[in-house]
Design a protein around this ligand. Structure first.
Ligand code: HEC
Ligand code: HEC
Length: 401
């Protein structure tokens, strides 16, 4: 059987996970399935924004969903042609990315992402070398990301230092990056100086520090759309350096408007939690990594996000999650088994959990934290030791986030 057919099967399985509607799968007890709350849309702006912020939000919203063609500079290679194709309703999928690890003796001249579609004169896509397996990375949701960006660096380092003193093996690490370029298209958010080491927060392995940088990176890597922050097309097998639109494809404003859109997306509303569930979440060590709130910078330009305890349910740190979850693909300084703690915001808007969507329920996701070498093994043990009522309460709390 050829690899193409195997991949098509994989893609179909993943999209079935992502588009499957609730109600078809009656085998799960209700407390263990994700609750999809449709009357609470995930694409809303933060409440109470001033008019200029709201205006930018809506400009960015349209760009985020805009399908880009060759006239806009799509290609030479691409994976999808809009942000929304992989982050529909600002959540996960239906589009996704496939990754492949390098192996001793195997060169990856065009990087570790599959780029399957060709246009603008390209003939050859980027595929995994023969016999190197591909793994799926589902897109994380993008709502609430402004709150993650606003978190004070000192706060991340405080949590890292706190975890370093633990004796149970939970030792998250800040993803320290050395940047050589400007990180922000918008001078209001250029709080980082050129060339200074800074902490990665975005991406499944926290490889980018700002939303502007991530936006420029996504346009370049996923669509072949270059911008002043990423002016050069990625290397490709045909050796093409441009596409049907000569030169840099996007103006800086597009990057900064799309980044502003994500920055200003609200965290989906949630009900006030049951205090007993909050206690169980902490006692099972979930809250050690999925830290319920982190403090934001007092001088953050968006007033609603400045100087608050942002309810993001992540420590923004990398953890060794063991062999079971490893994808074998390093990312800057993150290792093949490392993942950033998934922010448990708007979990109920997701149909599939974990980086590759292998878990369909919160319980499956928790049990998958337990494999050889995982920092979270102790937490899973504590979860398993809960009585039935407590376990159901914890699962319904996490499912409602
Ligand atoms: C082909 C599918 C695809 C497209 C198109 C795409 N993304 Fe993504 N996005 C992903 C995947 C997969 C990840 C996780 C990447 C990783 O860590 O390797 C991601 C991650 C992100 C993140 C980080 C979220 C977090 O929690 O850290 C942001 C922000 C983001 N994308 C924004 C965008 C924007 C803006 C665009 C359009 C310019 C875009 N994406 C286009 C698949 C896609
Ligand atoms: C050592 C840190 C750590 C501990 C402890 C931990 N987690 Fe996680 N959790 C992670 C990381 C890292 C991921 C992302 C793994 C991946 O995508 O493969 C994750 C993913 C998840 C997801 C999937 C989220 C998504 O968006 O797909 C859920 C649900 C979750 N954890 C719940 C829990 C619960 C409940 C507990 C306590 C019983 C817990 N976790 C304990 C680090 C931790």
């Amino acid at each position: 059987m050829n690899r193409r057919v195997a991949r098509a099967g994989l893609a179909a399985a993943v999209s079935a996970l992502l588009v499957g509607c609730g109600g078809g799968d009656d085998a799960q007890p209700p407390q263990a399935s994700l609750t999809i709350v449709r009357e609470d849309p995930s694409g809303a702006p933060i409440a109470g924004l001033d008019a200029p912020w709201r205006d930018r939000f809506f400009v960015g919203d349209a760009l985020f969903d805009q399908t880009n063609g060759e006239a806009a500079g799509l290609g030479p290679l691409f994976i999808r042609s809009s942000c929304g194709a992989c982050h529909a309703d600002d959540a996960r999928g239906p589009g996704f990315v496939e990754k492949f690890p390098s192996r001793p003796g195997v060169e990856l001249p065009y990087g570790s992402s599959r780029r399957p579609f060709v246009t603008a004169g390209a003939k050859q896509p980027v595929e995994a070398p023969a016999d190197v397996p591909t793994t799926v990375r589902l897109p994380p949701s993008v709502f609430g990301r402004g709150y993650m960006e606003a978190v004070d660096e000192a706060e991340i380092l405080r949590v890292e230092a706190e975890q370093a003193r633990r004796t149970d093996g939970i030792h998250g690490r800040a993803h320290r990056l050395a940047y050589a370029s400007e990180l922000s298209a918008d001078p209001q958010f250029s709080t980082l100086t050129k060339g200074a080491p800074t902490i990665g927060r975005f991406g499944l392995k926290a490889r980018q520090a700002t939303l502007d940088d991530f936006t420029a990176d996504a346009y370049q890597g996923d669509m072949g759309l270059t911008s002043p922050l990423r002016p050069v097309e990625l290397k490709n097998p045909d050796g093409l350096t441009d596409d049907d639109k000569p030169g840099v494809d996007l103006p800086m404003e597009t990057i900064s408007d799309v980044a502003a859109y994500m920055r200003l997306l609200a965290i989906p509303r949630r009900a006030a939690p049951d205090p007993r569930a909050v206690t169980l979440f902490a006692e099972s060590d979930c809250a050690t990594c999925h830290v319920p709130t982190l403090r934001t910078r007092a001088d953050w330009p968006v007033p609603q996000q400045a100087g608050i305890d942002a309810p993001i349910y992540t420590d923004l740190l990398l953890h060794d999650m063991g062999d079971g979850l490893a994808d074998g693909v390093p990312d800057v300084a993150a290792g093949p088994r490392d993942w950033r703690t998934a922010p448990l915001m708007g979990l109920r808007h997701q149909r599939a959990l974990l980086h590759d969507g292998r878990a369909k329920t919160v319980e499956e996701a928790i049990l998958a934290h337990d494999s050889e070498g995982s920092e979270a093994r102790g937490a899973v043990q504590k979860f398993r030791a809960l009585g039935d009522a407590d376990r159901a309460l914890l699962l319904s709390f996490v499912s409602s986030l």
